[in-house]
Design a protein around this ligand. Sequence first.
Ligand code: PCA
Length: 215
Amino acid sequence: MKILVTGFDPFGGDKINPAIEAVKLLPDEIHGAEIVKLEIPTVFNKSAKVVEEAIKKEHPDYVLNIGQAGGRFELTPERVAINLDDGRIEDNDGYQPLNHTIHEDGEPAYFTQLPIKAMTRAIRDAGLPASVSNSAGTYVCNHIMYQVQYMRDKEFANIKAGFMHIPFLPEQVVNRPGTPSMNLEDIVKGITAAIGAIVDQNGKDDLVTVEGTIA
Ligand code: PCA
């Protein structure tokens, strides 16, 4: 089994993005699955082209995109991607779509094929905070999650794909009082546990457990 794991580059004035830092530190093999790591730009559309090329080259069974969600204190596997780009800030190419439909011929939303509850459970079992999230926002993270689902819908039907958000690193919150963070080692541990759950749950339905929050 092969799993393509991507991490975004820094954006929005930060010098570092925990997503690509953590992805770089993942083991090359998790529960017997080969892990292919890829850095992608925090840029609408271009990020999707980079992932599409990697899918064509690597033929992964699973795609897991990782991104930073500054302000969250848990690792949060995402349930759903919506057909909307609405940037609070410009992307790294200076583009800021507002109220923009990603694909006119795409579904309004796509649900992930990843076992998000098993992933959340596995992260919690590793001793780290996690919960299922029901919104990946409307910036480049939701965009890439939606784009990979759209590719799956139109072209790569056999792929299972999804997204996980991760918190800031401690060094990013030094001047952001009251903002949660998680150290890099723990983020890597949490992502590794989540990927382990993807492998273990392969071919089975997701767990039927409570792994979310109220919101
Ligand atoms: N987080 C942003 C985009 C890149 C990243 O790491 C987001 O949540 O949309």
